[in-house]
Write a protein that binds this ligand. Structure first.
Ligand code: SF4
Length: 389
């Protein structure tokens, strides 16, 4: 809009230069329209007869500017974006700390759901749509139309975008969800019922762990189910894979152990639970079930590792160096987007997304939105209590 106005002003100034006699010039319909629009926006009208058209509004301060409040960090203070941890950010950091640093500092996106989007387009949209569709199928068992609409709404990239090599497109996401609905119709999960917490189905539960030194770990639980006879608690974790689902891919993943945080609040007496990884293979068009039991010991190790990662980030910051792990430059059949760039200064690479007050406020809003808030030290205490009982 501003560029158009500048261009119009330049044209009118040129026009004025061609008519130096200051004779009244009849305004064209387009010029009249422009003046009307500027009137509405409270800009001075483009009077082609005025003495100084080129400066009539371009140099006039307006109320339409949006101030950018840059935040200056004190010596040794860590950028709050680096303190937002998740399973995805930890995985990236374990592969290459420098890549994680550039992801976090180069983006103004701080919401957990936005994080993965930074990495992939269709891949993220596909996984997100299938996950949403599967959760909706569990919640709206008798309303398949609602499930299809929810899947459609979760597809947040171009509808026609696809990655044929990985068999991922919007239509194939709908197919995967319909396949899951068929599984439910055929009796899959008939022995389980959906858990309700505070009157709401335990689906897509968000949690946030307050770590020491202003760090946070955030996550989502796909769905919590309870066995109708034994009362056993099972977390359903929906995944999609363009390869073959192998149990080694998920067996020791810390993501599922983190779910115990939510289960601790809903079922305080619980000491172990089942995690069912339901992996949809995009090539075979089939679901593979991979169940794992999670124990107290695994949770203790996970809490320790979380703390170690906080210390790692603090250590990198104290050295002002997030190490480059060259072995991660070629991953998932593609080059890292920072290849040939990551040796440049961090200031230059993150120039497009400086830390602003708006980002800091956004972080506060985002953190307040989580359903479950837990303090790290409370978790450690409950861990010790459960171990002693
Ligand atoms: S190019 Fe390699 S070293 Fe550089 S950020 Fe990417 S993964 Fe890390």
């Amino acid at each position: 809009m501003t560029a158009s106005k500048e261009r119009i002003a330049a044209i009118l100034a040129k026009h004025k230069a061609k008519n130096p006699s200051n004779k009244p010039v009849k305004q064209s319909r387009a010029e009249v329209k422009v003046d009307n629009i500027l009137d509405e926006l409270s800009y001075p009208a483009l009077d082609s007869n005025s003495a100084d058209v080129s400066t009539s509004f371009l140099d006039t301060p307006t109320d339409h500017s949006i101030p950018i409040n840059l935040v200056t960090l004190a010596e040794g203070e860590i950028d709050p974006r680096l303190k937002l941890m998740s399973h995805s950010s930890r995985t990236t950091m374990h592969k290459c700390p420098r890549k994680n640093q550039l992801y976090r500092l180069g983006s103004s996106k701080i919401a957990l759901a936005d994080e993965k989007e930074t990495e992939q387009g269709v891949t993220f949209a596909y996984g997100h749509a299938v996950g949403t569709g599967v959760a909706a199928a569990l919640e709206y068992t008798t309303n398949p139309d609602r499930v299809i609409i929810e899947t459609f709404l979760a597809w947040d990239t171009d509808l026609l975008e696809a990655t044929p090599r990985q068999n991922k497109s919007y239509w194939l996401a709908q197919f995967a969800v319909e396949k899951f609905m068929n599984l439910l119709e055929c009796g899959f999960l008939d022995d389980y019922e959906l858990v309700y917490y505070q009157g709401k189905p335990a689906i897509e539960l968000s949690f946030c762990i307050k770590m020491p030194d202003g760090f946070y770990y955030r996550g989502f639980v796909d769905a919590v189910l309870k066995h109708k006879v034994t009362g056993e608690i099972m977390v359903l974790e929906n995944k999609t894979s363009s390869g073959t689902a192998n149990s080694a891919m998920y067996k020791n993943s810390g993501q599922a152990v983190g779910y115990s945080v939510v289960l601790d609040i809903i079922f305080p007496e619980l000491s172990s639970y089942l995690v069912l990884y339901l992996v949809y293979e995009t090539k075979s068009y089939d679901y593979v079930e991979l169940p794992f039991r999670k124990s107290l010991l695994q949770r203790a190790l996970w809490l320790q590792e979380l703390l170690i990662d906080v210390e790692r980030i603090k250590l990198y910051e104290s050295f002002n160096t997030h190490p480059m792990h060259g072995e991660a430059c070629f991953d998932f059949f593609r080059e890292c987007e920072y290849l040939s760039l990551c040796t440049m200064s961090t200031e230059n690479l993150s120039r497009n997304a400086p830390l602003t007050q708006e980002i800091v406020d956004k972080i506060d809003r985002e953190l307040a939105n989580y359903q479950f808030h837990v303090d790290f030290y409370d978790l450690v205490e409950s861990q010790i209590d459960k171990g002693n009982s």
